[in-house]
Design a binder for this molecule. Structure first.
Ligand code: ADP
Length: 660
């Protein structure tokens, strides 16, 4: 093959432009990214070699070497991992395959400062080399291919790159960074070691650098010591030393791992810039043996709501990397969890299909789920500082404990904002842990002005005689808060939970009670406030229902295509009418959502409830435009809950006729 010049995919070119042009504040992450790629390449080799030991080519000790040459202004990262064929170099280094990175590119705003912040959060893998290099040469040969089938890839990071065939006896990849003038300080052993220690200690294979030692300069006058010497320098000795601990972090004892190392490992596997909210690290022994190191991130990825795609746990078997995103290790509603599971029992050649069926995996999944829920419970418990009791004593005693407690404040709130809606999926998905999940849920409330409340908070302050936990679902918080259905609850000072996540309606199908108290939608069934309702109110309502019978019959006739029934209600105070569904019916909101999503939804005909006390309703009977008013009443009730009349133009026509 002769030399050919190829163009980068448009997204890559865009990304590179940004990487090379931004005043990048955290330059050193390029080394983490490249070492991480080298480590992945070694993992891949180890994995492929399970079935084909020949791929080791008599060189089974996998390692990464970091070299620099001050004079040539280069920094080289070499691995003896899987390597790349020519086609792989073209495909992998010329296009962006990962949808996450694609999303990232599509998010770029053009504002250099904001965008470079984003890169920091993301890490852009191989391309981050261009933060410090104005040219990158990659030389590689895939394991198992012939020496002549090596490839050299060169790019200056602008629109295109060159590839040509080379002979490369040793398998694996060298990334040669031609450092730009602002990055020459990376050609220093001290600097490189400190970065490697910071980011790559936990990489499970050795990272080597050539030892240097100080050498005095030559005598200026060879025959006279007193004449002084040329300046001395550090020179390479030809001996290699391992810079990192080269010990998988999860395989170490907890006490040997610092918080900072845990955080760094998280950042490496998650490509997150921020530290995680919490982690759990355990060796589980018993009938199934495994080690788990799991993290709760502080920020949702962009594809969180894609139930198909994201799972964040890597599977290892006895330290050998098997696969990313092993979705069988955790239920789908915990897909935001990142981490590693290392099993001692699974076979090395386990496939995704086998995982689904394995009893060991089932035990691992249950164990991991319990741990994650435990972490969340701890976060929830520590979300606020313990209250000071009357005698001025808190649970937190020493200054250290206090500082520790302060660190945890607000973490659960943060978690919930990012992942609460996903956690709710667990109500339907994980029957065994439903109660634990329900305890972790938080909702807006009609009485707390923005403060999120749990079912337990709600229960603790229920009114005397109140028999249910009341809630309303709506598309938006404003619609929920101002819904006519809430009027009587407001009047009586009864708290109502406001549920506005899309998943709420579905999730609530699976919880009918909390800790013995039933959950009751305020928009379903006839309003029943039980003991909270005065006898006199009840009586008035019954009388109204009686005297309204003829009117209700007329309304029902007029609205027979729209309403299942028409009845008098006590739930309204200021509004003339509202819509409710039958006790077991699908809510109008859910039906609307399904329709919007293009799915078949049953045609729910709601019940129209009217407020017998309202002037408009009182006037209705004698009105010459009875029919129009009836329709307006219905359509307005629909509007009030965020819906749209079936025939908006007809609604406008009717209202206008009245206005005129
Ligand atoms: P990723 O997040 O997938 O690692 P990168 O941009 O860092 O994205 O790398 C793109 C692809 O290039 C990798 O997925 C891998 O296939 C290939 N690659 C990068 N570095 C190496 C390496 N040292 N050895 C083998 N393949 C590599």
């Amino acid at each position: 093959m002769t030399k050919q010049t190829l163009s980068f995919q448009a997204e890559v070119a865009q990304l590179l432009h940004l990487v090379t042009h931004s005043l990048y504040s955290n330059k050193e992450i390029f080394l983490r990214e490249l070492i991480s790629n080298a480590s992945d390449a070694c993992d891949k080799l180890r994995f492929e070699a399970i079935n084909d030991g020949g791929l080791y080519e008599n060189d089974p000790e996998l390692k990464v070497k970091v070299m620099f040459d001050k004079d040539a202004k280069t920094l080289t990262i070499t691995d003896n991992g899987i390597g790349m064929s020519t086609q792989e170099a073209i495909d992998h280094l010329g296009t962006i395959a990962k949808s996450g990175t694609k999303d990232f590119v599509s998010k770029l705003s053009g504002d250099q400062k904001a965008d470079s912040q984003l890169i920091g959060q993301f890490g852009v893998g191989f391309y981050s080399g261009f933060i410090v290099a104005d040219k990158i040469t990659v030389e590689s040969r895939r394991a198992g291919m012939k020496a002549e089938e090596g490839v050299r890839w060169i790019s200056g990071g602008a629109g295109n790159f060159e590839v040509e065939a080379i002979t490369r006896p040793e398998r694996g990849t060298s990334i040669i960074l031609h450092l730009n003038d602002d990055a020459l300080d990376y050609a220093s052993a001290w600097k490189l070691k400190s970065i490697i220690n910071k980011y790559s200690d936990h990489i499970s294979l050795p990272i080597l650098m050539e030892k240097e030692e100080w050498k005095d300069g030559e005598l200026i006058n060879p025959s006279d010591e007193a004449g002084g010497r040329q300046p001395g320098a550090m020179v390479k000795t030809g001996e290699w030393e391992t810079i990192n601990k080269a010990n998988a972090i999860w395989a170490r004892a907890k006490k040997d791992v610092t918080q900072e190392q845990y955080d760094e490992f998280y950042k490496q596997i998650s490509h997150d810039f921020e530290a995680p909210l919490a982690h759990t690290h355990n060796r589980v022994e018993g009938s199934t043996e495994y080690t788990q190191l799991l993290y709760i991130p502080g920020k949702a990825p962009m594809d969180l709501y894609n139930r198909e795609k994201s799972a964040g746990v890597k599977l290892y078997v006895k330290r050998v990397f098997i696969m990313d995103d092993a979705e069988a290790l955790l239920p789908t509603y915990l897909r935001f969890v990142k981490g590693v599971v290392d099993s001692a029992d699974l076979p090395l050649n386990v496939s995704r299909e086998l995982l689904q069926e394995s009893r060991d995996v089932k035990a691992i999944r249950e164990g991991c789920t319990k741990r994650v829920l435990g972490m969340l419970e701890d976060l929830a418990k520590n979300d606020k500082l313990p209250e000071v009791s009357a005698d001025g004593v808190t649970d937190v005693q020493t200054a250290e404990e206090k500082a520790e407690a302060e660190k945890n404040v607000g973490k659960f709130t943060k978690f919930y904002k990012e992942f609460g809606a996903v956690l709710k999926e667990g109500l339907g998905e994980d029957y065994a842990n439903k109660d634990r999940i329900a305890k972790l849920l938080r909702f807006a409330s009609s009485t707390t002005d923005g403060v999120m409340v749990s079912f337990a908070d709600y229960k603790a302050r229920m009114k005397d005689g109140q028999e249910a936990i009341y809630y309303i679902t709506a598309d938006t918080l404003a619609a929920a808060k101002n819904s006519p259905q809430l009027e009587v609850f407001k009047k009586k000072g009864i708290e109502v939970l406001l549920m506005t996540d899309r998943v709420d309606e579905w999730a609530l199908n699976y919880v009918h009670e909390f800790d013995g108290t039933p959950l009751q939608s305020v928009a379903k069934g006839a309003v029943d406030l039980g003991k909270l309702q005065d006898e006199s109110e009840k009586k008035a309502a019954e009388e109204a229902a009686e005297s309204f019978k003829p009117l209700l019959a007329k309304l029902k006739e007029a609205l027979k295509d729209k309403a299942e029934d028409v009845r008098v209600t006590t739930r309204l105070v200021d509004s003339p009418a509202c819509l409710v569904v039958q006790d077991n019916g699908m809510s109008t909101q859910l039906a609307r959502m399904l329709k919007q999503a293009g799915q078949a939804a049953p045609d729910v005909k709601p019940v129209l409830e009217v407020n017998a006390e309202h002037a408009l309703v009182k006037k209705l009977e004698s009105s010459p435009s009875f029919n129009d008013l009836a329709h307006i009443l219905f359509d307005q009730a629909l509007l009030a809950e965020g819906g749209l009349p079936d025939d908006p133009a007809a609604y406008v026509r009717r209202v206008n006729a009245l206005l005129v």
